[in-house]
Design a protein around this ligand. Structure first.
Ligand code: 6R9
Length: 699
């Protein structure tokens, strides 16, 4: 890429990077020019049935063709795609490649231990997935049953997902960093009867006691009759309780390495994946078979510009949607080689990613801004020694990427010749919805640029819901018209699906994010409008919270290191501690993780000192949600700021926690008012000083 014309229309000129012509020997990109993109985009939104009808036939293999391309709308929440077609996701990801090219490498597994890696062919994947599918059938799993998967990042986690898809079972993967309570809640909500887990996990040199944690969760899940245990470490001290527990290796070795695929209706559920929502209760976002698979397949093909021989390395965990779409379904459906990475970017040192790229000749690499920021901070010397010439595309996902991190990724990792794709999407959208295309889209650091095919993005005035047409506008990000991979419902709670996504702005899908469309029509996603974030949204946030509280609990989602967390869920964990009377959790800006968790707690009587209590409350959050939700700070305070009607005023807490107001400001009411806004609804104005002092005490 080369620096081209500056964008003159914004206050700070933003450099624009234009794609380079392919190097000799590199493939011609699938979408080679903006004219191609524009023509395809135009057709995809004006004639979606024509566009997606063709795409579905080109990219997927069908057991039975569909009768109609799309049906339903956002008004009624009755979306369906590829009506009455029959398709099997596992067949598309495995069989159709294994039958033609069984020796092609499907998965490269890079273990936590630096010198340990393994290549697995499509033929082997077919055999292993089939054996496991037969085990599932033997233990009574049938089409439509929910299966929980709580696995480390080993190829067997991928087999587990695909084995479910093969027989029509609905997988619910729970990230292996979640605690026993979180796993229990998800298994109960999904009514799982079988769990697939491992003895232990390995991550960054540490051992994770997966089976112990699973046992704790299972104690309260009597409906789970079978637990398949994969041996990752073979540690003999791991508890094993037959007949409920069965060993993966013993059972699969007794099954034949072929199992027929069950033809599924396009709209049969493929999986559910829990995500943080407005209340403490996570929601099981449900994706269906054909639409999801087409979204994952098409976006992977065009955005990572996959060609024969490419190696795609997505550094996410299969426990998140990014892992589902860009480690498993997208790359495998395209017949590419996908990397399953078990470790972390800094183990054994900050060169780990680049060693992986060099060793496996990775062509497209996908990670999160939080990892990019952390590695940038550790210095260029960890990147320099490696041969990164195989790379063509570098992706970013999970949160807005700051231009500085973007530039480092581009210059130091990409050696100024790779395309950077900043991809915006959500668990609910199933696949990427705003992104550059590597062969054609000029990029601006920090902007996810333009919509993907079929996604008709609208910017809405948050208060009136009116569409803000034209460029140079800021509002909430919404989508008009459904597209194939959009989630169809929240498992067993369609009312919540309607309330959260489709009712706030009638006729549109509401993303929960704020966005600007600049003078060039480029999108700049600002982050959740329901968490802290952009001062621009101070008033709109309040509005959205009001809007949604009339139907459900306050919407408050924060993004920590690319993970979506619900403040309500963290609060419920805190108040389970016997010493905690009340808790209010906010997100504050953080250089490394984007946002960080700050908890304000009031106490019942306690003999413990604040330091001990803070440690206990931190442990409480880790135990109830998982270590990735560890608070940055616990602030013990005598009181919380509340309105006369008893609602906690989080706006004040955010500013105090972010040190936007400090002790000196207490001297001047006018300054306080400017910094904190209207305090007239506050029941006890004295609480502001208490809070500021409590924060100062901790520093
Ligand atoms: C894929 C994924 C979704 C939320 C989303 C937004 C934030 C994701 C982003 C981004 C700015 C990007 N987000 N990608 N914000 N630029 N490129 O992360 O799914 O875990 O459901 O989170 O992440 O706030 O609403 P999920």
């Amino acid at each position: 890429m080369s620096i081209g014309s500056a964008n003159e229309t914004t206050a700070d000129p933003v450099p624009m990077f234009h794609p380079h012509a392919p190097r000799p020997g590199d493939p011609v990109p699938h979408i080679p020019s903006m004219a191609h993109y524009r023509a395809m985009y135009e057709e995809s939104v004006t004639k979606p049935d024509v566009f997606f009808g063709k795409l579905a036939q080109d990219l997927l293999s069908w057991h039975k063709p569909f009768n109609q391309v799309s049906h339903g709308n956002f008004h009624e929440g009755n979306i369906s795609w590829f009506v009455d077609g029959q398709v099997n996701a596992c067949y598309n990801c495995v069989d159709r490649h294994a039958l033609v090219n069984p020796n092609k490498v499907a998965i490269i597994w890079e273990a936590d231990e630096m010198d340990h890696h393994r290549s697995i062919t499509y033929g082997e994947v077919l055999a292993e997935v089939s054996r496991l599918a037969n085990v599932l059938l033997k233990y009574g799993v049938r089409r439509g049953h929910a299966v929980a998967i709580y696995m480390p990042m080993v190829p067997e986690a991928v087999y587990a997902m695909l084995a479910c898809a093969r027989i029509g079972a609905v997988h619910s993967v729970v990230f292996a960093g979640f605690s026993a309570d979180a796993l229990r809640d998800r298994m109960l909500d999904a009514k799982c009867r079988l769990l697939i887990t491992a003895d232990q996990g390995k991550r960054g040199g540490k051992t994770i006691q997966l089976k112990n944690i699973a046992d704790e969760a299972l104690a309260e899940c009597p409906a789970v009759h079978t637990v398949i245990v994969f041996q990752r470490t073979n540690d003999k001290s791991v508890p094993f309780h037959p007949p409920r527990d069965i060993w993966w290796h013993e059972e699969t070795s007794n099954q034949r390495p072929y199992c027929p695929c069950t033809p599924m209706n396009s709209e049969d559920p493929l999986f559910m994946l829990y995500t943080s929502g407005s209340t403490g209760k996570p929601k099981g976002v449900l994706h269906t078979t054909a639409g999801y698979l087409l979204g994952a397949t098409a976006t992977t093909k065009y955005i990572f510009d996959l060609h024969e021989g490419d190696v795609h390395a997505c550094m996410a965990d299969v426990g998140w949607i990014t892992g589902h779409s860009y480690i498993v379904y997208g790359p495998l459906s395209n017949g590419a080689t996908t990397v399953v990475f078990e470790s972390i970017p800094t183990y054994p040192n900050a060169g780990r990613y680049w060693d992986l790229v060099d060793k496996h000749k990775v062509t497209s690499f996908y990670t999160a801004p939080t990892a990019i920021r952390a590695l940038r901070r550790l210095g260029d010397d960890f990147v320099k020694p490696y041969d990164l010439s195989s790379l063509r595309i570098l992706g970013s996902v999970g949160e807005p990427i700051n231009p500085d991190a973007w530039m480092w990724y581009h210059a130091i990792v990409g050696r100024s010749r790779c395309a950077i794709v900043d991809t915006y999407w959500q668990t609910e959208t199933g696949s990427i919805i705003i992104t550059p295309l590597p062969g054609c889209t000029p990029t601006k650091p920090g902007s996810a640029t333009l919509p993907f095919f079929g996604v008709d993005v609208a910017v809405l005035d948050p208060q009136t819901g009116e569409e803000l047409k034209g460029n140079g506008v800021t509002g909430v990000l919404a989508v008009r018209n459904s597209f194939p991979s959009i989630a169809r419902t929240i498992y067993d709670n369609h009312a919540r699906y309607m309330d959260t996504y489709l009712l706030p702005y009638k006729g549109f899908y509401f993303s929960g994010d704020g966005v600007s469309r600049d003078e060039d029509g480029y999108y700049w996603v600002r982050g959740r409008v329901d968490g802290t974030f952009h001062s621009l949204f101070e008033s709109t946030q309040d509005y959205i919270v009001r809007l949604l509280t009339s139907r459900s609990a306050p919407l408050d989602v924060i993004n920590v290191a690319g993970h979506r967390l619900s403040t309500a869920e963290i609060e419920s964990a805190l108040i389970k501690h016997p010493a905690c009377a009340e808790a209010a959790v906010v997100g504050v800006p953080d250089d490394l993780t984007g946002q960080a968790i700050v908890c304000f707690c009031t106490l019942k009587s306690s003999d413990l000192d604040n330091k001990t209590l803070s440690a206990a409350l931190t442990a409480q959050v880790r135990a109830h949600i998982g270590p990735f939700a560890t608070p940055k700070r616990i602030i013990i305070t005598p009181d919380l700021p509340k309105t006369r009607s008893g609602k906690i005023m989080r706006r004040i807490l955010r500013k105090v926690a972010g040190r936007e107001v400090v002790q000196e400001d207490l001297q001047d009411d006018a300054i306080l008012k400017i910094k904190l806004g209207d305090l007239s609804t506050l029941a006890d104005p004295a609480v502001v000083a208490l809070l500021i002092n409590s924060v100062a005490d901790r520093l």
